[in-house]
Design a binder for this molecule. Structure first.
Ligand code: NAD
Length: 480
């Protein structure tokens, strides 16, 4: 059982009941590598029960009046907001992010569910004009049981997307939270149960990701697959879902370019870029990664970046003074070391950082590499950590061409005072999200998602909610 009294027992949540398994895996604190808890690993019996529960939960929830669904979701949100310190502490313990960032993520997760709850009241159909005795009605109905897979980088806000969308649309769901950062999902399920969510509407199963996804994708009652994670896994799951003709929402990787034009203020853009990059220690699919800086302001930008980066306090996320915590797992830390070393060996200039901090835990400093050659692995591999590439461009065509040159297309950023340049970038960058003069990529009310290898489908906004619904056209020829 959990070794820290601050860390909850992690159990499956099936049909409103907390369920254990004999096979269990450890959960590690990435700051000191101590074992803080365990997850149960679902077997086929657990998965069968989760599907039965979701079937009965769906029948109850789709028949629940939208206003009642709204009220239960809002009660859960109120409870989560009241329990923010409990949520934030466990998220910092298992994921590593600074406690202030954990708190912000909890609030962001609440905003997402709250927005979905409200929008669930407005999933209107329509009447299409026709001859007097004919009525063409368009109905929106919940799609059915959702299988949802959320990643370890956002233990609260990613499940919030999937829970908010499912519940607002009238669906039930089976969520597989991340095996490495499972606690926030458990606390969320508890809050929904305390708020009066009927049993079987929200189910959690933990364990072997591939085993659970293969089972749920093949299960006929499951009607939608939503996955946030790597492009490699997303492609596998989309291919599996294709065999069963099931729709998928895929929020995958990115390698976001940041175009810093010659009219931008290099000092403020450089220092703001560090703040954009440090969120979640760079383990964000929309993390700014390829800084493409106009040659005229290149040195000033790079110096400002290094100045701010060297000033950061990196350490235990539970210490409120630290601005960046450890990476979430050993894989990421080793990937950072290897990507930085490879780039330097191929001729990149190391501006700051580059080597892990200490010998225990997964601390890695903010790192910047300048003038990185195109054959360095980091130029095409998503770092998913605190490494920034700072390269120069001489004209906008070149910057746009470089920005669009990778198979990824999730987020891009630009710094410019020119409305004409901003408009051109908006038209020509091949991404799902473009932010100009700031680093916020998504809100509860805005559609978020990628193009190309970054996936398809959207989370957030009215576009996001529509994935959880089917559109049915009813044509009625009225008789005397
Ligand atoms: P990974 O590809 O093994 O796992 C990524 C996520 O997918 C994990 O949460 C894991 O539980 C889940 N997963 C893995 N195989 C699965 C399967 N068969 N079915 C269902 N879920 C499965 O890699 P990783 O080492 O955990 O993370 C590395 C890469 O993943 C990063 O470099 C980044 O590109 C990507 N990633 C992206 C996001 C995102 O927000 N888009 C989040 C986390 C990780």
């Amino acid at each position: 059982m959990a070794s820290s009294n601050r860390y909850p027992d992690i159990l499956h949540f099936i049909n409103g009941i907390w369920v254990n398994s004999t096979e269990r895996r450890s959960v590690i604190n990435p700051f000191d590598e101590s074992v803080i808890g365990e997850i149960p690993c679902a077997d086929t019996t657990n998965l069968d029960s989760a599907v039965s529960a979701a079937k009965s939960g769906f029948l109850v929830w789709k028949a629940t009046p939208p206003a009642k669904r709204y009220q239960i979701m809002m009660t859960a949100i109120k409870l989560i907001r009241e329990r923010i310190e409990e949520f934030a502490t466990v998220m910092t313990l298992d994921q590593g992010k600074p406690i202030a960032q954990s708190r912000l993520e909890v609030l962001r997760g609440c905003d997402i569910i709250e927005w979905d709850a409200g929008e669930g009241l407005r999933t209107y159909g329509r009447i299409i004009p026709s001859e007097p005795n004919m009525r063409h009605s368009v109905l929106r109905q919940p799609i059915g049981i959702v299988a949802a897979f959320s990643p370890w980088n956002f233990p609260m806000s990613s499940p919030a997307r999937k829970i908010g969308g499912s519940l607002a649309a009238g669906c039930s769901l089976i969520l597989k939270p991340p095996e490495e950062t499972p606690a926030a999902a458990v606390l969320m399920a508890k809050a929904f149960a305390d708020a009066g969510l009927p049993p079987g509407v929200l189910n959690l199963v933990f364990g072997d990701a591939a085993k659970i996804s293969s089972y749920l994708i093949a299960e006929p009652a499951v009607r939608l697959i939503t996955f946030t994670g790597s492009t490699a896994v997303g492609k596998k799951l989309a291919a599996q879902a294709g065999q069963y003709m099931k729709p998928v929402v895929m929020e995958l990787g990115g390698h976001a370019p940041v175009i810093v034009c010659s009219d931008a203020d290099p000092e403020s853009a450089g220092s703001l870029s560090v703040l954009g990059k440090l969120r979640n220690a760079g383990q964000v699919c929309v993390a700014p990664t390829r800084f493409l800086v106009h040659n005229a302001i290149f040195e000033a930008f790079t110096n400002a970046f290094a100045l701010k980066a060297n000033d950061l306090k990196v350490g235990d996320g539970l210490n409120p003074e630290n601005q960046m915590g450890p990476l979430a797992n050993r894989r990421r830390m080793e990937a950072m070391e290897s990507l930085a070393e490879d780039a330097v060996n191929k001729g990149a200039r190391l501006i700051c950082g580059g080597k892990r901090i200490g010998k225990t835990g997964y601390l890695f400093p903010m790192t910047a590499l300048a003038d990185v050659p195109s054959n360095a692995r980091i130029m095409t591999e998503e770092p998913f950590g605190p490494i920034a590439i700072i390269n120069r461009f001489h004209n906008l065509e070149e910057a746009i061409h470089t920005a669009n040159s990778l198979p990824y297309g999730l987020a891009a950023y630009a710094f410019t005072k020119s409305a004409a340049v901003a408009n051109r970038l908006a038209l020509e960058l091949e991404v799902g999200n473009l932010s100009i003069n700031h680093f916020t990529a998504s809100l509860a009310e805005t559609p978020f998602g990628g193009v190309k290898d970054s996936g398809y489908g959207r989370e957030g906004g009215i576009e996001g909610l529509m994935h959880y619904m089917i559109t049915k056209n009813v044509s009625h020829l009225m008789q005397e």
